[in-house]
Design a protein around this ligand. Sequence first.
Ligand code: SF4
Length: 346
Amino acid sequence: MAAKADALALLPKEMQTFVADLGWEPYRANQIFKRLHAKMALSIDEISELSLAMRALLKQKAVIGYPVIAGRTASREEATIKFLLRLADGKNIEAVLMHYNNRSSLCISSQVGCSLGCSFCATGGMGFSRNMTAPEIVGEVYVVARALGRRINNILYMGMGEPFYNYEAVMRSIRLLTAPEGYGLSQRQITVSTCGIIPGIERLAAESMQIRLAVSLHAATDEVRSAIMPVNRIYPLSLLISACKEYQARAGRRITFEYTVIPGINDGPDQIRALAGLLKGLKYHINVIPLNPVGGGKPGLREASSFSKALDNAGLIYTLRRSRGTTIGGGCGQLADKRLGNRLPG
Ligand code: SF4
């Protein structure tokens, strides 16, 4: 028996082919796509435009690969909510919702675990389990939006995993989320964050997409960066910054550089000087993030604030990020709840 299609994975054109193969009229494709991506139907039974017999046939040919919400933890003022999401094979991932000024941003995962082992990141300590599929990625957005009864305005590919190590599924998920006949997000409402995978930056530059690129920099010399981000040994800073410059020349958009301040490691004057040199000639913005200790404890606000002042003195453009969700283990670098319980290789 042929494997069932995941209906949530199909782009509008692919849905037309799928519907034609079932012998249905073309307008059914739009009905199904709309129901799945605009109305965020969680099951085939919710596609009420189709007769019961059609839904029965669709169930024989397709599934909907949604994650389910297995737990949620909210910060005291409900400004940040961390969702534990269970995938069909029992693996768990996390997504973090942040409310700010009547807008909702969702930080989503693109892999179960991560292979890159950044020293300040709990996900890195979990190891890598598997890539997520495009329906699992868009499913994070839809299950959370449905649970809240509210539209999510911004999507950040900044949760568990390195998006460019799952490039095809991530790009498909972006095309699904931005299809006008579906959820209809603008590409500018999407940020993809990489820890500096140069082939991914080059591929994205060739896509002619309007999405925003963020690069997790976290240090400005190879010595320090390689010590806290092993990926720097493969893609050192000089090559990474050249790739960013080429990306900017093609895409024309400002790049955000994420900088988690690790007291005593990457906040010295040498790093500030090196940073000023690296970013020369780029349109950039630095997000300064206080360190969220992996095992809990107070974020390093004081050190992040001193680092910001030093950036100021050097004439660099930055924003000191408020630490969101740290009390619920939902801050940057904290996504690896004990309840994740994924069985990882090794
Ligand atoms: S910071 Fe990102 S790339 Fe580094 S280990 Fe964590 S999830 Fe992976």
